[in-house]
Design a protein around this ligand. Structure first.
Ligand SMILES: Cc1cc2nc3c(=O)[nH]c(=O)nc-3n(C[C@H](O)[C@H](O)[C@H](O)COP(=O)(O)OP(=O)(O)OC[C@H]3O[C@@H](n4cnc5c(N)ncnc54)[C@H](O)[C@@H]3O)c2cc1C
Length: 503
């Protein structure tokens, strides 16, 4: 029989999705309680309007990708939460979809993908791109390393392509997703499809060609996707022409909609300002917070693994991976069209030497999500992200303060984009330990963790959230939705880490 009384730890998108999926699919007699430590829901998702102009600043995630199972799940949720009319989509032919840049070694370079001519021009003009192109042509002929357990992204890309591609394009991409160090991150846990292509097809390029014909989804996930498609035909047809999307009031609008839906349900209780301090596994499970205790028969933890380690120190590897700290500076200038180029923004690889403030990348928000501001024709809006793995050696007192962050961001924009104006509105924040880093060997460690949870906690504990398998919102939502359905439909033990059983 499935659990009757769930407590979910954490009210970020992972915890909220788990609660929402349980609430919609469990019998109405099932009790669902969600406990969040801070005074708001959403975790890293935070969309704020500032100033008289009510300019929208995203302090965390800002765009969602409409591809893969996760996208279908979110869009289905959006439809059921009556958010479809608020979706703001960027079409595949718009500059934000086509034009992405690198800042390397001391200027903006357009990446291939923005059309044949600019792509070719960029390749011909930049030695590192010519060398990368050559490595792509050569890759299918490089002997595969079969039965490889894992290696760093840098080592994998250098081996299959070349180190130039690893040190430029790949380093920049990894800064954009993980704010991480490609020499430490696991290729198997961050780019699993690419890792599997070498194991299955002997080559990434051959795998890419073949995977167009074959679905990478399990039969169960494929059936799920088919069902979602059947229910949302029109929405999915529209989204197939889209490259990115968000909502009128930013990504947090999705959070508000889930929270309001959950608040209306009799069998669901959701609480902020309830920091879970202790878990006592007895006949029942007692969850102790700063503001009272609660009883459950199953715990779903979606808090970061290093936080869960404080509650369950007997579980292995919860503190093995660090999480990086990222500084986010949002800036709006009071004039439009200030950017020298149009596009989504640019990323900076670790080999760009003139990067004294450790900038990871700059998003051109007024191009990337142009319709969220009420007077969109009046501003140029940007976000500068700094730090990540570059801040790993800093102690708490060494982080730049808000004024320092702002002046570093403004100086970066002056130097790299040639904009010499005083910002109309700005906001700077340090996000401590915000993106988990899956270091080499993560997959094997999760396998041990999975079997240890099974052995020690049986049917009483499962885990989800960004610490385990994927940091994107698409991943977090997919994992939580799958976990909730598995817990309700599966009579055996469900830990949330079942995928490790496949390897
Ligand atoms: C700057 C930034 C930009 C990003 N950009 C994108 C993007 O553009 N697209 C994208 O897809 N993804 C992006 N991401 C990643 C994505 O936003 C996160 O991985 C995702 O939101 C994590 O959600 P979560 O619910 O798993 O964890 P969290 O958001 O960390 O939520 C966990 C919650 O648990 C609570 N908690 C912790 N300890 C306890 C406790 N003991 N008791 C109770 N509650 C507790 C926390 O307060 C928090 O609210 C970005 C992340 C950052 C930081």
């Amino acid at each position: 029989m499935p659990p009757q009384n769930f407590i979910i730890l954490g009210g970020g998108i992972s915890g909220l999705t788990a609660a929402w999926y349980l609430a919609r699919n469990a019998p109405s007699s099932t009790k669902i309680t969600l406990l969040e430590a801070s005074n708001r829901f959403g975790g890293w998702i935070q969309s704020t309007r500032v100033g008289e102009e009510r300019i929208l600043f995203e302090q965390g995630p800002r765009t969602l990708r409409p591809s893969g199972l996760g996208a279908y799940i979110i869009l289905d949720m959006a439809a059921k939460l009556n958010l479809t009319g608020y979706i703001h989509a960027v079409g595949k032919n718009e500059p934000a979809a086509k034009n992405r840049y690198l800042y390397y070694p001391d200027r903006l370079i357009q990446l291939p993908g923005g059309g044949l001519f600019p792509g070719l021009k960029s390749i011909v003009q930049n030695k590192f791109m010519l060398s990368s192109l050559y490595s792509v042509i050569r890759e299918p002929f490089i002997k595969p390393l079969k039965n490889l357990d894992d290696e760093s992204i840098h080592s994998f890309i250098s081996r299959r392509f070349n180190s130039t591609l690893a040190d430029t394009l790949m380093s920049a991409l990894v800064h954009g997703i993980y704010a991480g160090d490609i020499k430490k991150l696991s290729v198997k846990s961050t780019f699993k499809q690419m890792f599997d292509m070498e194991q299955i097809y002997g080559s990434v390029i051959k795998g890419t060609i073949n995977s167009r014909k074959l679905s990478t989804l399990s039969q169960k996930d494929q059936n799920w996707l088919n069902l979602l498609c059947e229910e949302n035909k029109d929405l999915f047809a529209f989204m197939s022409t889209t490259s990115l999307y968000s909502f009128a009031n930013g990504i947090e609008q999705l959070v508000y909609a889930i929270v309001n839906d959950l608040k209306d349900r009799e069998n669901v209780t959701i609480k902020t300002s309830h920091h879970v301090k202790e878990l006592k596994f007895d006949k029942e499970i007692e969850v102790c917070t700063n503001d009272g205790s609660f009883k459950a028969d199953h715990i779903i933890s979606t808090i970061p693994s290093h936080e869960l380690a404080c509650l369950l120190p007997d579980l292995p590897y919860l503190t093995y991976n660090p999480s990086v700290t990222v500084a986010v500076v949002n800036i709006a200038y009071g004039r439009q069209n200030l950017l020298p180029v149009k596009g989504f923004g640019y990323l900076i690889p670790h080999t760009t030497l003139s990067n004294p403030y450790h900038v990871l990348g700059v998003v051109f928000d007024s191009d990337a999500m142009p319709h969220q501001d009420y007077k969109k024709d009046k501003y140029t809006k940007l976000t500068v992200m700094m730090g990540g793995h570059y801040y790993n050696d800093l102690s708490e007192n060494d982080y730049p303060n808000k004024d320092e962050l702002l002046s570093k961001a403004v100086e970066t924009i002056e130097k790299q984009l040639g904009i010499y104006l005083t910002p109309l509105q700005c906001m700077a924040k340090i996000h401590r330990k915000c993106i988990p880093q899956y270091y080499v060997g993560h997959y094997s460690r999760m396998k041990e963790l999975h079997y240890m949870i099974k052995k020690k906690y049986g049917k009483r504990l499962s885990v989800g959230g960004a610490s385990y398998f994927g940091v994107s919102i698409n991943d977090c939502v997919t994992n939580s939705a799958r976990l909730a359905l598995d817990l309700l439909r599966n009579d055996g033990i469900v830990t949330g880490l079942e995928r490790v059983e496949g390897d």
